[in-house]
Design a binder for this molecule. Structure first.
Ligand code: AMP
Length: 492
């Protein structure tokens, strides 16, 4: 189905075409007509699915009737409010709004903390129809009476799960109390926790629930690899990988801000152009680092979790986890920076034995095992203990590694005497660890082979769901469960 059939105006279609988009993504196909109709939506979608355009395009369509070129601020009240958890995501969403609204006389701006408030005040006072905001800074402006929200027709909460994780619930409650009761509400979240359901119940009115699998399932787009390595040699291995493979653009994740700074300095000392992006960097530094990375003048961007949220870098091929995240869901967010919009990507993790339990948690969440490749020059002196002291570790059947995610390009690691060695993975995984207890989930690497592309349900979030359109297509390929849609409510 082309974009033309979704009910978007010629000016919006022209902007889409300028972007080179040919067909809508699954979430766009489902969400755009429903949002144009004026219904509330609960969207279950991760980044990389095209969800931003999925809500921005129909929002613009609904606001088009207000478009005007008057200079009077009174003619440009805030009609749509988009709340997001981080500054990076705010900028990202604002960029999309600007791109898709470029042929419409609708004004937009973005407000977030950590930067001078005065410039934001000037823009707000001149009037904007679309406001992208982080909750804290929006409240600052509301307290200073720099804006009013009484004309808001559409409220959008993007990455609602992250907003709750970051403690924004009280702010969101406060903000929604200042909005007109009669409005359209759209909420997007990668996960559906109990808290998200509660929030959805409070905010949304008879929402249509749209859930999509990540576009072009990650199993086909992203190759996951673990390189076991001693903690002390990670930096050396990282440099080896970057130089051996001549990687031009790499996003590297560390767990802490200090770790990010340390690594940045170490890489720079080796002549690798690097910048760090984390919470202690001011907004200017973060924006500059990201811009230099996007333009290719910086080879490596070292990031922490929060700072990386919302990053959209075209054609990013490699994400390297210098350290695994404590929370397995963050692995998914991290690697979601690559393999976007149909492009291929590599998610490489440098894992020490102390982190093996984190790997087990990630594999449980993904419901698949990640290929472990030991690089000879970085072999670990094994301190692994078999699960049972006396017994030998039972040999597991070799897995069928013919799925695309396990295929490696021929030049993956150049053979220079340091060729990778395989098959140490059982030893690596079988390190005795309290969290690596046997779990039935873990022995079931994949969900059913029935691949569900989209399930759209008219739902009462509290549990009464009725299917209005659920399309299932069968596929011969197994799909990691994480990337198949979750079923929010059992149908009655
Ligand atoms: P998002 O999930 O909103 O972060 O979008 C992920 C990426 O997909 C962004 O780089 C968008 O520019 C791109 N994108 C969004 N919609 C489409 C589409 N219909 N066709 C191709 N690329 C798209």
């Amino acid at each position: 189905m082309p974009f033309k059939q979704l009910g978007l105006s010629a000016d919006i279609l022209r902007a889409i075409s300028d972007q080179g988009y040919v067909n809508p993504t699954p979430i766009q196909k489902q969400a755009i007509p429903i949002i144009i109709e004026g219904q509330d939506v609960m969207g279950g979608a991760q980044t990389g699915t095209g969800k931003t355009a999925g809500f921005t395009l129909p929002m613009l369509q609904r606001l088009e009737r207000h478009a005007n070129t008057s200079m009077s601020p009174a003619k440009h009240p805030i009609r749509a409010l988009i709340l997001v958890p981080t500054r990076e995501l705010a900028l990202q969403v604002y960029e999309s709004v600007k791109i898709y609204s470029k042929y419409l006389p609708l004004r937009s701006t973005v407000i977030y903390g950590g930067v001078n408030i005065d410039t934001q005040i000037d823009i707000l006072r001149s009037g904007v129809e679309i406001l992208v905001a982080t909750p804290g800074r929006l409240l600052d402006h509301l307290q200073q009476k720099n804006l009013v929200l009484s004309k808001v027709e559409i409220l959008i909460l993007d990455e609602a799960d992250r907003m709750l994780d970051m403690g924004f619930l009280p702010d969101i409650k406060q903000i929604t109390q200042l909005l007109p009761d009669h409005r359209q509400n759209l909420m997007f979240s990668a996960t559906f926790s109990e808290e998200i359901r509660k929030l959805a119940n409070k905010i949304l009115k008879q929402p249509v629930v749209i859930e999509v699998a990540k576009q072009n399932s990650v199993s086909e787009l992203i190759t996951h690899i673990v390189h076991p390595v001693e903690s002390a040699r990670k930096q050396e291995l990282l440099i080896w990988l970057i130089t051996q493979q001549n990687l031009k653009q790499v996003l590297v994740f560390t767990r802490t801000k200090q770790g990010a700074d340390r690594l940045t300095q170490q890489l720079a000392r080796q002549g690798i152009s690097t910048a760090a992006i984390h919470g202690d960097r001011n907004q200017l530094q973060r924006t500059q680092a990201l811009e230099s990375f996007k333009q290719g003048s910086i080879q490596v961007l070292v990031a922490t979790e929060v700072a990386a949220r919302g990053l959209d870098i075209e054609e990013l091929t490699h994400v390297i986890n210098f350290e695994l995240p404590n929370n397995p869901e963050d692995y998914v967010h991290r690697i979601g920076r690559t393999g976007r919009a149909g492009a291929k990507g590599y998610a490489i993790s440098l894992v020490s034995q102390e982190e093996s339990h984190l790997l087990v948690d990630i594999e449980k969440l993904l419901k698949t095992k990640i290929k472990i490749e030991e690089i000879k020059a970085f072999e670990q002196k094994s301190t692994a203990q078999p699960v049972s002291g006396k017994e030998k570790i039972p040999a597991k059947k070799p897995r069928n590694n013919t799925s695309p995610q396990n295929k490696r390009p021929n030049n993956y690691i150049k053979q220079n005497g340091s060729a990778p060695r395989f098959n140490k993975e059982e030893t690596f995984r079988n390190v005795r660890h309290p969290k690596s207890a046997e779990d039935p989930l873990f022995t079931q690497p994949y969900v059913s082979t029935a691949k569900i592309d989209i399930a759209t349900r008219q739902a009462d979030i509290s549990g009464k769901a009725e299917s209005i359109n659920a399309s299932r297509s069968s596929s011969s390929k197994p799909v990691p469960a994480l990337f198949s849609p979750r079923v929010m409510n059992k149908q009655k």
